[in-house]
Ligand binder design. Structure first.
Ligand code: ADP
Ligand code: MG
Length: 700
């Protein structure tokens, strides 16, 4: 930006010198604005990059047009092409819009939107791109995105210039009609329209293609970032424990990110195009309506048509806003109700068997019906509001067809303008009008967009809060210790609502000494395991784990991903970690030999395998992973006693270096462990404390 700023300043000084020396016939305001643009580039260094790209491209457009104007003043423009030299208002408009963007960058909601955009445009990840005629180019992903954006902005500005030229073509065409000049007509058609239209099509196709590539790359990158943050450090689990307001993260990642990218791109590019259109065509309208008198009077108003169109558009936009505002909230709710309903349906599928067994279908139907009714109720509110909005916008857009004729026809009949000029005015009027009412047509998009932004930011906020909470002082601390033992020190484990659940002043688990943890249901055994595993943040005190030791927790109901059996057994290892022979070997060891030849079969294994089979599959994971510490939370409770005994014996043989800590209720389990710890109520009676049964006095 600094280099660009210096470059623009140099151009400004050169033009200033030229105009002061009386050379060239352009107004002094032009070099002054060029210098101001250079200053703007300099101060805009710190604003979000996405906006910086727009400002830089507009400054570029400013310099190009100033160059054209200077060339024209120097008489360098060939005869017959003077009509292609833009008016002085064009470079001024470009700089004014750059200034507007700079001002917008301080609006809080724009900052929020840009913070998400810049995740991509500032991305430093190494990437590659194939450039036609150059080959593979290495660059950062953010750099590639920035290039795409810059090219797309350039294309869009060029398209506006083409439209301006076509507007003059329309004037010349209709003048040839009025003059009954066939020669001029054919000249306009073949030598002006055909080349312009061809360029128009080629440029538009390029824009479509590049736009898609940019959006795909942008979304892929943001997707990776959001999924990464959501899964990192068990954030997804902690969000579930403590954050109700970040509902349906699946929707935020899958739907909202897509909409965000699509809408941010299309809104920002349209805003640019519409503003550039506005500036260019306002200039045309202004110059046409020189000397127009206010209807019914002799009073001359400079740029009368411009004031008409502004009043007309502002009125339309204001009414749209008043009528359409409630749509923002309604759309937000709609997305939420839809996601809730989808989730309920997915959950029903997951628990199909239990629901069928319990004959819970009527209850489910009632629940689903209730959720669906919410969707419909809200939808009806949207429809009713939308109808009101449409009643207005449709009438307004209908009126747009005749209003410009209504305004210009009197001047045509009075002989003030030619047919061609009237046609040009109508064209320019509708361009200006549609640019001004861009807000009207974009209103529903904007409403939806605001909802998307709100959802993404609350989601990000929840992630950040959870991550900050994970660092906060008042929480369980997991430390790495010097020796090989696992120690609990002055530990208090609480529930998310702060209720104290477990207290352990001093408890040591020695390596190689298997422990059975028993206690009444609800006494916090599973929660203590979660704390030891490091995913439970509530409470205080210290858990000291041996340095570098690996730990694996098997719950009563293991999570089995949908997919191949190989993936189910090796979870959470990534594919390719284990050889097939090892996996088969593990399956046989846990007495699942009948599954050994089905490694490639894809299925929803949770539904297919019995509870005991699922538990044995989880044990097979432990055999493959060979953790130093294995925590079994009623992980064999669904097995018959002989099988349970065989599994424990097998574990001891195959994983001699692994220390097993089990939670269980069966008395037979005691035989497989060296030591038993029982959850006993504390003196006050509302907490539980793990108490050593071999040496009761030592624990308390
Ligand atoms: P145990 O495994 O000993 O049967 P748990 O550790 O599963 O007991 O649960 C202990 C208590 O903590 C129970 O009263 C349970 O309702 C409560 N609890 C567990 N998880 C949560 C949670 N995520 N939010 C609120 N309460 C919880
Ligand atoms: Mg439990």
């Amino acid at each position: 930006m600094i280099k660009a700023s210096i470059g623009v300043a140099a151009v400004g000084l050169a033009v200033l010198a030229a105009s002061l020396s009386g050379w060239g016939s352009f107004p002094l305001i032009l070099p002054v604005i060029t210098l101001a643009t250079a200053g703007l580039l300099y101060v805009a260094r710190g604003i979000p990059k996405f906006l910086r790209v727009f400002i830089a491209m507009l400054a570029g457009a400013h310099v190009v047009v100033v160059g054209l104007l200077v060339a024209a003043a120097a008489g360098l423009v060939p005869a017959g092409y003077e009509g292609y030299v833009p008016p002085v208002s064009t470079p001024i408009g470009a700089s004014a819009f750059a200034l507007l963007i700079y001002a917008l960058s301080f609006v809080p909601v724009i900052r929020t939107i840009m913070a998400i955009a810049d995740r991509y445009f500032e991305a430093g990840a190494e990437s590659m791109i194939r450039v036609p005629g150059v080959g593979l180019v290495r660059a950062t992903e953010g750099g590639i995105g920035t290039m795409f954006l810059a090219v797309l902005i350039g294309i869009n500005l060029f398209q506006v210039a083409l439209n301006v030229r076509l507007n003059f073509f329309s004037r010349d065409l209709f003048n040839s009609f009025q003059d009954r000049n066939a020669e001029a007509f054919w000249y306009q058609l073949l030598w002006v329209f055909v080349p312009l239209a061809t360029v128009h099509v080629i440029v538009a196709l390029t824009e479509v293609y590049l736009g898609y590539v940019l959006r795909i790359r942008w979304r892929s990158y943001l997707n990776e970032v959001f999924v990464g943050e959501w899964l990192g450090g068990s954030t997804h689990y902690r969000m579930q424990l403590s954050h109700a307001e970040a509902d349906n993260p699946d929707q935020r990642i899958a739907e909202d990110l897509r909409k965000y990218v699509e809408t941010t791109y299309s809104l920002s590019i349209s805003l640019l195009t519409q503003s550039a259109t506005l500036v260019s065509f306002v200039a045309i309208l202004w110059s046409i309506s020189q000397g127009f008198t206010f209807p019914g009077t002799d009073y001359v108003v400079p740029g009368l048509l411009v004031w008409f169109v502004i009043a007309y558009a502002v009125l339309g936009t204001w009414l749209t806003h008043v009528i359409g505002r409630p749509l923002i909230r309604l759309n937000f709710q709609q997305e939420r109700y839809e996601a809730d309903y989808r989730f309920s349906l997915a959950r029903l599928r997951e628990y199909a068997e239990q629901i069928a067994l319990l004959e819970g279908e009527p209850a489910e139907k009632e629940r689903l019906g209730g959720r669906f009714a919410q969707i419909i109720r809200n939808y009806m509110a949207i429809v009713s509001r939308y109808l009101k909005l449409q009643t207005f916008t449709l009438s307004y857009f209908q009126a747009n067809v005749v209003v410009p004729y209504l305004i210009t026809a009197p001047y045509f009949f009075a002989g003030k303008i030619t047919l061609g000029q009237m046609q040009q005015t109508v064209g320019a009027f509708s361009r200006v009008e549609s640019a001004l009412t861009f807000f009207i047509s974009a209103y529903t998009t904007l409403a939806d967009y605001k909802a998307v932004i709100d959802r993404l930011t609350t989601f990000e906020g929840a992630i950040a809060e959870v991550q900050a909470g994970a660092r906060a002082e008042e929480r369980l601390r997991l430390k790495e210790g010097e020796d090989a033992a696992l120690r609990l020190h002055n530990l208090m484990v609480a529930l998310p609502n702060g209720r104290e659940l477990v207290r352990a002043r001093e408890l040591v688990f020695r390596p190689g000494e298997s422990v059975l943890l028993t206690g009444p249901s609800g006494s916090g055994k599973s929660t203590l395991f979660r704390a030891i595993s490091g995913i439970w943040p509530f409470g205080h005190g210290e858990i000291v784990a041996p340095q570098g030791a690996t730990m694996m927790l098997l719950p009563q109901r293991p999570y089995i991903p949908i997919g191949t059996l190989r993936g189910a057994v090796t979870y959470p290892a990534v594919t390719g970690t284990y050889r097939d022979e090892e996996i088969v070997e593990a399956l046989k060891a846990v007495r699942l030999p009948h599954l050994a030849d089905q490694l490639d079969v894809e299925d929803n294994w949770t539904q297919r395998l019995s509870g005991g089979e699922q538990q044995r599959l989880a044990i097979a994971r432990a055999l493959l992973a060979r953790p130093d510490w294995l925590l079994l939370d009623e992980a064999t409770a669904a097995l018959d006693e002989p099988t349970e005994e065989a599994i424990y014996r097998m574990l001891r043989e195959r994983l001699p270096k692994t220390t097993v800590i089990s939670i269980g209720h069966r008395s037979t389990l005691a035989a497989f462990h060296d030591r038993r710890i029982d959850m006993r109520p504390t003196a006050s009676g509302d907490q539980f404390s793990p108490t050593d049964m071999r040496a009761p006095a030592a624990a308390q």
